[in-house]
Design a binder for this molecule. Sequence first.
Ligand SMILES: Cc1cc2nc3c(=O)[nH]c(=O)nc-3n(C[C@H](O)[C@H](O)[C@H](O)COP(=O)(O)OP(=O)(O)OC[C@H]3O[C@@H](n4cnc5c(N)ncnc54)[C@H](O)[C@@H]3O)c2cc1C
Length: 299
Amino acid sequence: MGKMRHVSQTLNFAVKMSGWICNTKKDKKRSCNKFILAIDQMISLDSLFRLKQNDDLFKRRCKWVNGPLIVGAGPSGLAVAACLREHGVPFVVVERADCVASLWQRRTYDRLKLHLPKQFCQLPKCPFPGEFPQYPTRRQFVEYLERYARRFGIAPRFNESVERARYDETCGMWRVRASAGEGAAAEEYMCQWLVVATGENAERALPEIVGMAEFAGDVAHAADYTSGEGYAGKEVLVVGCGNSGMEVCLDLCHHGAHPTMVVRDSVHVLPREILGKSTLYICLECICFIVLVEPYEEL
Ligand SMILES: Cc1cc2nc3c(=O)[nH]c(=O)nc-3n(C[C@H](O)[C@H](O)[C@H](O)COP(=O)(O)OP(=O)(O)OC[C@H]3O[C@@H](n4cnc5c(N)ncnc54)[C@H](O)[C@@H]3O)c2cc1C
């Protein structure tokens, strides 16, 4: 609408201008066309100058993405890509690691199984294989995700880490800068849609603990813990008691270590199952019940 108004205003102005300097009808039409062309060129040149002044778009390698750019090839990024594929929408996935589901492949411990029953963790359009157990192992989950990526023809651009993304008002596009590591030239993607699927556990959260720098023993984040093998006979302090803290403690016990857990607040412990039913499933059922019941209570 804005563009249409702009064109018709230009046309009126051009007709007025050409009317002043042209005598015949043919002359008038020809000079009117020339005038419109000149104005159009001025407008596009002006946009180009603004782009050039804005920053260094022309200095970097710039790639136009025909469709959305998805950042992250974890389960969320893969799910979005698969749904787009099903609808015939082209996309590009960039992933800073060298594999899909890097959290599960590189930064989880060996004994990990899905904490939730498989029906709550499967991705759209492709359930877990029937032979998988109710709580698939980490290896099975990774296998499933790799198969999922192959099935939907998802080929992420690995080893590219997005450093910056900003919406450029001038060209109405997202400009996303990705680096391929030290020494490699940064890429700039231009896309109309940006999907950020970088996960909530992708970065290590390591609090500053007073005296940690002077501590003579080893300090490891759960993301770097694979198994309790090297800890046999050792006293280990586990900080925090979420799913990871609890499971690391159990694993340490199984490997002959002596763990102690510190927790800064009260602890809520829920069994994984109640009377053979998943606790999550029971909670979800209760929520549905509350949602259904609430309007009647209000009346
Ligand atoms: C120990 C543990 C157990 C868990 N158990 C369960 C469970 O049983 N069930 C469940 O549903 N969930 C579980 N989770 C939660 C987990 O977050 C999800 O399973 C899932 O991995 C989330 O997927 P995601 O794609 O959103 O994020 P992620 O799996 O974190 O994937 C994000 C991806 O984005 C990439 N990335 C990040 N930043 C950039 C960047 N700047 N540029 C390019 N790429 C980038 C990362 O490398 C990563 O591959 C668990 C998590 C942990 C840590």
